[in-house]
Design a protein around this ligand. Sequence first.
Ligand code: HEC
Length: 226
Amino acid sequence: MMFRLPLATFGLIATTTMAFAHGDVAPQPMDTDTLPDVGEEWLIENPYRGQGDDVWKTAIEIGDSGYNQNCARCHGLGVVSGGLAPDLRYLEAEEYGDEWYVERFQTGYTQNGITKMPAFGELLGQKAAWAIRTYIETRPDDGELDDATPRLIQIRDQLKAMADGGDGDVAALQAELSSIAETVETGSGAPIADSVAFRAAYLIGGDEPNFLAAAEALTIGLSATN
Ligand code: HEC
């Protein structure tokens, strides 16, 4: 289950995520052209939910940037809530959780005439809604990489050396990263977590392994979780 997206995109995610961490208050438009259409009528279940296919992967990528531009300032960077608004990682990744999610996304939340959460439905549209949903539901639960962190740091250092021309067994490292990725659980119950181990395994897979991007993904991901 490896995917074919331009490898550079994963490097970009990290930078946009950081740049927009404290993004604008106005809803930020999202480019969702590369996602399949889902029709006009609002669905109540995530049409991009998947198990590693290309659509799922694209949804996560677009949802990452969309979430971090539009939702993170209240719901927390990387969907780890700082207490301002509910932690969205635990909304169940099935119809019940989706229905609740999409209702809030469309209409926002107002209490005693005060807007606590703006409505995003009209401004961002349905494809954006489900892309963000896909990103949210694939977040790893707290502490899932704690045990693997010392080893991931070693792998990171080795990948850095390999980016500089050093030797290394790419297939073995990829297999090890994948098996670490498989142990990571989501808070939502979605079957695959989009962890840094998962991303790094992906980045060194395929015909053009990108060691530097994988090392950077690990550096950013491991510092964010600690
Ligand atoms: C200005 C702050 C703010 C922004 C921006 C914001 N939210 Fe919220 N959101 C809230 C607050 C506050 C609540 C809690 C409302 C309540 O008490 O039910 C909430 C609730 C939710 C809920 C219901 C969670 C639950 O457990 O009941 C969902 C889903 C949600 N937001 C999704 C999003 C998404 C997706 C975005 C970005 C597109 C977003 N929010 C942007 C403040 C915000």
